[in-house]
Write a protein that binds this ligand. Structure first.
Ligand code: HEC
Ligand code: HEC
Length: 223
């Protein structure tokens, strides 16, 4: 159906569009880093009071589908900010978190991100079937470049997975697969995964010791 002139047009635009895509990625990263460095954990502790009703008690669950509410204590602040932005712009589907993020300004997100990121990790590796964990470890080689070998990502461009709740990791991976979470990088990563792969990967990462926490009173005494 394409005629020659539109073919020419699309190849003519290919190079500028790659350059502008790279520029957008670059600016987005700069924006995230800039916002993260401006956050104030002390102010964030005040702004995060509502969040603690769900993220401040280990083992609380999302009502349906049922999975544990993610630990965000000890997570990279740049990732907390970008996740909140994704709920606000509706790239992520979760209705409660969309509502929570809707009224947060960039400064609020930076302060809240700094507050949660300042917490020590205390996640206790979950118990999992050894064979499943071993299968997940093999599959996890494909994830290591970004998330680190055990999921305790050193680079703050990527979320920490180590010690996160298994039920939450399964849900997040399913949501990238279904498009309920719309993220270019992760939707490419999950494309070839079966539900068995997802369960094995989640068993592996959740069973690693790591830097995440569902804040408990010990950590809160600081604030
Ligand atoms: C009513 C419970 C509830 C409240 C209140 C709540 N959250 Fe959440 N939060 C959740 C659930 C459930 C998820 C997982 C959503 C999903 O599956 O995408 C989540 C996900 C997140 C994530 C993404 C974590 C990740 O690993 O990707 C961040 C960041 C977050 N919440 C921050 C906050 C902040 C900041 C507040 C307060 C302004 C807040 N939440 C209030 C329940 C809650
Ligand atoms: C090229 C880098 C890259 C690779 C490789 C990669 N990821 Fe990710 N991952 C990301 C980024 C970036 C995000 C944040 C996406 C977002 O904002 O929703 C992410 C998010 C996630 C999340 C959501 C975490 C949370 O707290 O909600 C999970 C789970 C995850 N990745 C698992 C995996 C698994 C399992 C693999 C290997 C099969 C993998 N990733 C490979 C970059 C990568």
């Amino acid at each position: 159906m394409l005629n020659t002139s539109s073919d020419n047009k699309s190849s003519y635009w290919a190079v500028p569009s790659i350059i502008s895509t790279l520029a957008i990625i670059g600016f987005t990263l700069l924006g995230v880093i800039g916002a993260a460095s401006a956050g104030d954990a002390e102010i964030g502790s005040q702004k995060a009071q509502t969040c603690l009703g769900c993220h401040g008690a280990p083992g609380l669950r999302n009502p349906g589908p049922v999975y544990e509410i993610p630990m965000i204590g000890g997570q990279h602040s740049s990732y907390i900010i970008s996740a909140l932005k994704a709920y606000k712009t509706q790239e992520r589907g979760h209705p409660t978190m969309r509502a929570q993020a809707a009224n947060l300004s960039d400064a609020d997100m930076a302060d809240i991100g700094a507050f949660f990121a300042s917490m020590d990790g205390n996640s206790r590796p979950g118990l999992s079937n050894k064979a499943l964990v071993a299968k997940g470890k093999e599959k996890a080689a494909a994830c290591a470049a970004c998330h680190g070998a055990t999921g305790d990502a050193e680079s703050d461009a990527f979320p920490k997975l180590a010690g996160q709740y298994k039920s939450y990791l399964i849900q997040a991976l399913k949501d990238y697969r279904s498009g309920d979470r719309n993220n270019l990088i992760m939707s490419g990563q999950v494309k070839g995964l079966t539900i068995e792969d997802i369960k094995a990967l989640s068993a592996y990462f959740s069973s690693q010791g790591g830097g995440l926490s569902a804040p408990e009173s010990k950590i809160f005494k600081k604030f």
